[in-house]
Design a protein around this ligand. Structure first.
Ligand SMILES: [Zn+2]
Length: 241
């Protein structure tokens, strides 16, 4: 459903991947909440981030789309294909998913794709706003914080101290941090090392937008190696839910 993904990415493709690749146990389809709830033009305008009435107006339309989408994925449940969603947090702390649907997705990823800032030139304010937003997002009930440092890395260099702070917040909130293979950022090694040190689960996400990216974990292996870790250090984390 995501506007930024290849149209050929269907549940059938993923079901086939699980069937033909013994290394893949399961796939979670995590479309963008904003793509489910808004037509493309509104989705990319990000206006709902600062005015959630736009979300309320779209809610029934989005819920119907999400319902149909989930019903479609459910057909592939026995093939190892599961529903998830990647959502944004709006200014009032609500996520771009209607609350009754939260239990219907097995994994909820919260990500910062856009921040509405009144003053955009002061780096200190940008950093503060981003930190506040990220901390609030960590406490909305999400399972995974998607590409945690991507947005801020595009604004300014991100220090190890900042990475440490967010990893600690994730620990407190009981949220996993995603090592994202699609959006590569300079903080990935620091984040992985801090997660190991502090004890925060890492979600190895391929964030596939194209068929060629599905199941491609070469970047993750490279970063695990660069962080001074080995595959033998990786323990599989089984969530309670
Ligand atoms: Zn994302």
């Amino acid at each position: 459903m995501s506007y930024c993904a290849e149209a050929t990415l269907t549940p059938e493709v993923y079901a086939n991947l699980v069937k033909t690749n013994p290394e893949v146990d399961a796939v979670y389809i995590t479309d963008h909440g904003m793509a489910v709830y808004f037509p493309s033009e509104t989705a990319w305008s990000w206006t709902y981030m600062a005015d959630s009435r736009i979300f309320d107006k779209q809610k029934d339309w989005g819920n119907a789309r999400l319902e149909a989408h989930l019903a479609n994925i459910a057909k592939f449940k026995n093939d190892g294909v599961h529903p998830g969603l990647e959502v944004e947090m709006m200014h009032d702390g609500r996520l771009t998913i209607d609350d009754p649907f939260r239990d219907k997705v097995e994994i909820l990823i919260g990500s910062v794709h856009y921040l509405h800032l009144d003053i955009e030139e002061d780096k200190k304010i940008i950093l503060k706003e981003w930190k506040n937003h990220t901390k609030a997002l960590l406490n909305t009930g999400i399972s995974i914080l998607g590409h945690p440092f991507r947005w801020i890395s595009n604004q300014m260099p991100v220090t190890r101290k900042i990475v440490h702070e967010i990893v600690k917040d994730a620990k407190e909130a009981g949220v996993a941090l995603e090592l994202n293979g699609h959006h590569v950022v300079p903080t990935d090694i620091d984040m992985l090392q801090e997660c190991v040190e502090i004890g925060v689960p890492v979600a190895i996400g391929s964030d596939s937008h194209a068929i060629s990216e599905i199941g491609d974990f070469r970047y993750h292996i490279e970063i695990i190696d660069a962080a001074g870790l080995s595959m033998a250090d990786i323990r599989r984390f089984t969530p309670k839910k």
